[in-house]
Design a protein around this ligand. Structure first.
Ligand code: GAP
Length: 443
């Protein structure tokens, strides 16, 4: 990692802690490696990303329905899906420096770090196992899901029966997934507990490639609506050697994560999973999970186009994309230029002096039912603006001594630093317009 890259990540991780976006889990006990807790602003940003995904993928569409499945899953699900067989890597450990490496990433039997001797390869299971009930034998073994999509396949028949959806249609869910990653690192990019946003779109086999293209375009559109700069995002098709065991074609949406090898890291995968999963569950369970095509009056096992992204990775991309340092009138400021729809706090009410706090609180209470808003009366006005810039708050509302007379306040926009003065009685409406359409183009 170059100094610049380390520097940027260090600065971002530090800002995330300072402003309450992300904390190291169990920090007071020395921290649990690669485990992260989301603070007051982090949880809002995460929810805003998830809600935006859900609106885009489910709520606004007649052809996608949602579900929310259990995290602890039946072991046979993972037998059928191929995870028990395929979801592990042979690893070698260095006897000298204790480094751990994937066997296929090292040449020969000496450590790539220190030249020390390596152990024989050992299988490293990537699924978290636990026991259900009081018995601690193999029959009680269950798994924390390593991906959310398998529960969608397992519930396919239930959902078709309950909703009467006709092909083509999708089933979506968001939620936690767990992988005992060997090298979890790079902040929330690769952790052992993370959240996925997955959608499985069922269609007739002949139309699978058409839907693959369609969903790729939709997903790119969503990232663009989050405000991610187009130069920082791209697509990359997998070559055959990279394909997962279930996919006939796969494409990654990648972001310019500063630590990524080659400059680009995966944000989301779009895959043609064919009929692999449904067929595997039909075989393992002995249940009929086929779909009755009423037009041709025949049973088929649909093909599936999957879109599978991570909330943590999207959040990291959004934060990196929004982070900037600049000098304004000889003073440095750090800004999170978050899209207003994602910003955890939409507006802050700042009385110019503590003497004005009582009146400014009335303004705060006026806005509070409509938007996540903060009230901040401590420190100089400049310091309070800087705090809000770092938190990514798009609008600051200043209540000054003139406000007592003219019953007006000043709205300052985070990026342009433009200001407008408006009557308090139109403030909520003005903010609603700003949230809908953004700041008016430069005057
Ligand atoms: N159902 C397909 C599937 O799970 P994946 O490429 O293994 O595919 C999909 O995971 C997405 O989940 C990734 O693009 C990434 O955004 C997120 N993801 C996977 N492993 C992760 C980890 N260890 N930490 C954070 N996010 C992860």
């Amino acid at each position: 990692m170059t100094a610049d890259v380390t520097d940027l990540m260090k600065k971002l991780v530090s800002l995330c802690k300072r402003r309450g976006y992300v904390f190291q889990s169990g920090e007071i006990y020395g921290g649990l490696q690669s485990s992260w807790d989301y603070g007051p602003l982090g949880v809002e940003l995460k929810k805003n990303i998830e809600t935006s995904w859900w609106n885009f993928m489910v709520s606004t569409r007649p052809d996608v329905v949602g579900m929310d499945s259990a995290i602890i899953t039946h072991p046979d699900v993972w037998k059928a899906s191929g995870h028990l067989k395929n979801f592990h890597d042979p690893m070698v450990d260095c006897l000298k420096c204790k480094g751990r490496f994937r066997q296929d990433h090292v040449e020969g039997d000496s450590c790539p770090n220190c030249g020390g001797k390596l152990t024989e390869p050992r299988d490293f299971g990537l699924m978290f196992k636990t026991q259900m009930g009081a018995l601690e034998d193999d029959s009680a073994t269950v798994y924390l899901r390593p991906e959310t999509c398998q529960s969608i396949f397992v519930n396919f028949k239930n959902i078709v029966t309950a909703t009467r959806q006709k092909l083509p249609f999708g089933i979506a869910q968001t939620g936690k997934a767990f992988r005992n990653e060997i090298t979890a690192r790079n902040f929330v990019f690769r952790s052992r507990e993370f959240e996925q946003m997955e959608m499985e779109f069922f269609c007739i086999p002949e139309e699978a490639e058409k839907w693959f293209e369609y969903w790729l375009n939709e997903r790119m559109q969503w990232y663009s609506e989050l405000g991610i700069k187009s130069d920082n995002i791209r697509t990359r098709k997998h070559d055959d050697s990279e394909l997962a065991h279930y996919a006939s074609s796969c494409l990654d949406i990648e972001y310019t994560f500063p630590f990524a090898t080659g400059g680009w890291g995966e944000l989301e995968g779009i895959a043609n999973r064919t009929d692999f999963d449904l067929k595997a569950h039909i075989e393992e369970s002995g249940q009929d999970l086929s779909y009755l095509d009423q037009i041709n009056n025949k049973k088929i096992v649909p093909f599936v186009i999957e879109t599978s992204g991570g909330i943590g990775r999207t959040m990291l991309a959004v934060l990196l994309d929004a982070y900037r340092e600049e000098e304004i009138e000889g003073r440095e400021r750090i800004v999170l230029g978050l899209h207003r729809n994602l910003a955890p706090i939409k507006a802050a009410v700042l009385p110019l002096s503590k003497k004005l706090s009582e009146n400014a609180l009335e303004v705060f209470n006026l806005i509070r039912p409509h938007f996540p808003v903060q009230f901040d009366e401590t420190g100089s006005i400049g310091k309070r603006y800087r705090r809000m810039d770092e938190a990514g708050t798009p609008f600051c509302i200043t209540y000054d001594f003139d406000s007592l007379e003219d019953k007006s306040v000043t709205i300052r926009e985070r990026d342009s630093l433009d200001q407008i003065r408006i009557p308090v009685e139109t403030l909520v409406e003005t903010l609603k317009n700003l949230m809908d359409s953004g700041w008016p183009a430069a005057k």
